[in-house]
Design a protein around this ligand. Structure first.
Ligand code: ZN
Length: 489
């Protein structure tokens, strides 16, 4: 039986039954190996847990690639165990979405497309590569051995617009700053205040960084900094943001101010918040700022630490740093002030003496650039900023970008096929987010690559949805690409 887009959706349905959080890909790997054995295809795994399934053919063909893991997010009221429960989903107005959880079409639909292609009667030698742990560290891609895949071209199936071809992406890194927590007693006569900012839209630090969106950590720390210039402000606790690749949507601070300023801070907050609403409300319709009084503990962060942290955050660079000079409307370099979280580390001495715990406040920022040198320069600038404000910073999680090849035979073959099929050319783009292709480029510099995928919305959130019609579109495109080899064009 010839596979169709209905086959792709049936396979996706099966994939939805299988739990597959990042770093827990055992079950989905078993499914893939079982799929290969059922269809008498050769399959292998590597030490990282990646899976390669091969369908033999006469000519060197194409490697179709997707990642096995998914981002696990749910709404607060949803009960779902991502390690055990299948993803339940429904279809509404042509869009498939899950019930209170991420759908996992990122990248389950890519896996389904690759598996369906293996069932086709393509004359080419086909490979389907499934990587582990794309979402939390690109671990699978990084562990890939050169020579494991033999195709001269690779089609990555992890993009999110059915009318866009991605031919390049930014590289990135994180700059993390740790503050060692020191506390000291609060003076008598202080008043406790909790400030909360919530309801901001946030967004992805790659694809949304150029949009007019507020950062909760910046809004909050700038208020604290201004107040600290007027009277004593002691920070009891400060936190906000969540993922390193998301713009901070929420932040909160617990502070102490002199009792006689308890009305003043309320007045100042109301003025400040209404100014922020004037600036942002058009783009941040749900923004909410709250102030409430709270009972103080005996201690707060040491005065110097509270001030250093506030100043570091309030003065931290955030947003677009440079636009591309070659491509219109493409961000070249950016930085994201992502999160501030408490962190406790325990030292367990080998001699059996008592464990020692260390308390930190950890600030996470992430940088991206399609220019390696700019990326290093910017990360170092952020590093220096936090270092000058009393933190111990370090740079981590560096991944490479994928510089576009405007002469790629694969891209020109795919643009031709797409234009014939749909009567118009796709948009060919470089994105400011990361893709596994950046890592593949480092390992296999000769590999000709392109990234495509069906249309998804709100990935990495419980509103993630898949436009069903677009699956058929990408399936038809793949059908064309596996008929003849671009490597021999
Ligand atoms: Zn993905």
């Amino acid at each position: 039986m010839k596979p169709t887009s209905a086959t792709v959706l049936e396979i996706f349905e099966e994939i939805c039954q299988i739990p597959r959080p990042s770093k827990h890909e055992e079950q989905i790997r078993q499914y893939l190996l079982q799929f290969a054995s059922t269809h008498q295809l050769a399959a292998q795994t590597d030490s990282a847990g990646n899976v390669l399934i091969t369908k033999n053919g006469n000519t060197p063909g194409i490697c179709l690639q997707a990642h096995m893991d998914m981002v696990c997010e749910k709404t607060p009221e949803t009960r779902h165990d991502f390690l055990k429960d299948p993803i339940r989903h429904t279809v509404e107005d042509g869009w498939m979405h899950a019930c209170g959880t991420t759908l996992g079409a990122d990248d389950g639909i890519g896996m389904a497309l690759a598996l369906a292609a293996l069932l086709s009667d393509s004359p080419l030698r086909l490979e389907a590569l499934f990587t582990v742990d794309e979402e939390t560290g690109l671990t699978g891609a990084n562990a890939l051995q050169a020579g494991w895949i033999q195709s001269p071209v690779l089609l990555n199936l992890d993009s999110e617009e059915d009318d866009e071809f991605i031919i390049g992406c930014a590289g990135g890194c994180e700059t993390v700053a740790r503050y060692t927590v020191k506390r000291s007693p609060l003076p008598i006569g202080m008043f406790g205040v909790k400030l909360k900012i919530k309801g901001l839209r946030g967004g992805h630090s790659g694809s949304d960084i150029h949009l007019h969106r507020a950062n909760a950590l910046l809004l909050l720390s700038r208020f604290l900094q201004a107040e600290a210039q007027k009277f004593e402000v002691r920070v009891v606790a400060l936190s906000g943001g969540n993922l390193h690749n998301a713009i901070a949507r929420e932040a909160e601070a617990f502070i102490a101010v002199p009792m006689r300023q308890k009305e003043q801070i309320r007045i100042d907050w109301n003025i400040y918040w209404s100014e922020q609403e004037d600036l942002w409300l058009a783009d941040e319709p749900q923004m909410l700022g709250e102030l409430e009084s709270a009972t103080l503990p005996n201690e707060a962060l040491d005065e110097a630490l509270g001030q250093a942290l506030t100043d570091a955050l309030a003065g931290c660079r955030h947003g677009v740093v440079a636009w591309s000079t070659q491509l219109p409307d493409i961000v070249e370099t950016s930085t994201n002030l992502a999160s501030v979280k408490p962190l406790t580390l325990t030292d367990e001495p080998e001699d059996g003496s008592e464990a020692v715990t260390h308390e930190f406040i950890e600030v996470c920022t992430s940088q991206r650039s399609s220019d390696e040198a700019e990326l290093s320069r910017l990360a170092f600038e952020i590093y220096e900023h936090f270092s000058a404000h009393g933190a111990q910073p370090y740079i981590t999680g560096k991944y490479s970008g994928w510089a576009p090849n405007f002469d790629s035979p694969l891209v020109s073959q795919a643009v031709g096929a797409y234009s014939r099929l749909f009567g118009q050319a796709p948009a060919v783009k470089v994105i400011h987010a990361g893709l596994e292709c950046g890592v593949f480029r480092q390992i296999m510099p000769q590999l000709d690559m392109l990234s495509v995928g069906p249309t998804l919305r709100d990935v990495h959130t419980p509103s993630e949805r898949l436009k069903i019609e677009s699956v058929g579109k990408i399936w038809r495109l793949i059908g064309e690409l596996i008929q003849y080899s671009s490597a021999t064009v």
